[in-house]
Design a protein around this ligand. Structure first.
Ligand code: ADP
Ligand code: MG
Length: 348
């Protein structure tokens, strides 16, 4: 029997890197994306352009593949659920429903005794005005936020008067954590108690966008283990299949808090392409396609730099050393704050 054909919803750089990893192990990919210029079409075997609610196009896509996964979590639940009546969708659509919503997500992890910062649901102005004990805090839309989009920093009660918030949406107010560090843990779950897990990655954000990642993370042994234990607990509780990333905060007193779960491959894991024998992308493809699980080992330490907006121009003309790996996402337009590529540097 041949290997399954993998359908990937979403055509950004994560879709590109999934397709590249798939190709290396002879798995064919079909990308479905609502952006006609989706960069992943340069890396996949086939590309279908269509809206996420276009039933006819989705059916065409589904007919061409054996299993469906996605590279971003904000695909309408209805779409994923409908597909799952015909073909396997992994990770399961119901997981998306939890993780798509910051409130459901935080309730879920607190229920399994994983700590988050204090938070409250905010539906209107008076909810907000009665939650001032959480200030300084960050007001976030419950759904559809990424790279800091849909977030409002609220330092004190005074700021509440100048807020321009659209209460047609639902929000969550989070107490601001006094950050010492941010880390993430990436785990790929294959089946019950069967995992490959990467060591914690240390992350630096600029303007709420990831800028640098590195391994090893400079953290205590206790947090090293705790962050990995929590990530596997989450994957197990969700009966997750595929690669998942957990983002954490560490405060000045070395307390660990879960920030958010990404039910997909993650930007902080790009360095695993070069640092490990099996990348987060290959592990994802292996898990969702039901292929062999291979023991994942670190070969090198590494750091990754995200090339955002105009950063890319300099690197497109640069010469690289043997230990430097440059990735150009081949996006057709340079935009401010847009992730255009990345550079990974490995070291012994
Ligand atoms: P996104 O979905 O946009 O990645 P996050 O909730 O991860 O949203 O927020 C982006 C970044 O903003 C975080 O990585 C962190 O640097 C900062 N941030 C968000 N929430 C908090 C918080 N409660 N306390 C401190 N920093 C925060
Ligand atoms: Mg985040």
């Amino acid at each position: 029997m041949g290997k399954p054909i993998l359908g990937i919803i979403g055509g950004g750089q994560l879709g590109s890197m999934l397709s590249t990893a798939a190709k290396e192990i002879d798995v064919k990919t079909v990308i479905y994306c609502d952006d006609i210029d989706a960069p992943a079409q340069n890396f996949a075997n086939e590309f279908i352009y269509g809206k996420y609610n276009d039933e006819e196009k989705i059916n065409e896509f589904v007919s061409k593949v054996d299993v469906v996964t996605f590279e971003f979590e904000n695909i309408p639940y209805e779409t994923l659920n409908k597909i799952s009546h015909n073909k396997k969708v992994l990770p399961k659509p119901k997981i998306n429903k939890i993780v798509q919503n910051r409130l459901f997500e935080k309730d879920f992890v607190n229920n399994i005794n994983i700590r988050t910062t204090s938070y409250v649901a905010v539906k209107n102005d008076s909810d907000l005005k009665s939650s001032t004990e959480l200030l300084p805090g960050i007001l976030k839309t419950c759904t559809l936020g990424y790279d800091g989009k849909g977030q409002f920093k609220i330092n004190s009660e005074k700021d509440l008067n100048n807020l321009n918030v659209d209460f047609n949406k639902e929000y969550i107010l989070e107490k601001q954590v006094k950050l010492k560090k941010e880390i993430s843990v990436i785990v790929t779950r294959f089946s019950h108690q069967k995992y490959e897990i990467y060591e914690p990655i240390e992350n630096i954000h600029e303007d709420q966008i990831l800028k640098y990642s590195k391994i090893p993370a400079d953290i205590s042994e206790k947090l090293f283990h705790k962050s990995m234990d929590w990530a596997t607990l989450i994957a197990e509780e969700l009966e997750y299949i595929g690669t998942l990333c957990v983002e954490y905060f560490i405060d000045k007193n070395d307390n660990l808090y879960l920030n958010e779960i990404a039910p997909r491959v993650h930007n902080s894991g790009h360095l695993t392409i070069n640092s490990h024998n099996i990348s987060q992308f290959e592990n994802h493809v292996r898990a969702v396609c039901g292929l062999e699980k291979i023991e994942t080992k670190k070969l090198y330490n590494a750091k990754m730099i995200n090339l955002i907006g105009e950063d890319i121009s300099f690197y497109r003309n640069k010469k690289f050393n043997e230990n430097e790996f440059f990735y150009d996402y081949l996006k057709n337009e340079i935009k401010e704050k847009r992730k255009m590529g990345h550079l990974t540097i490995i070291t012994k």
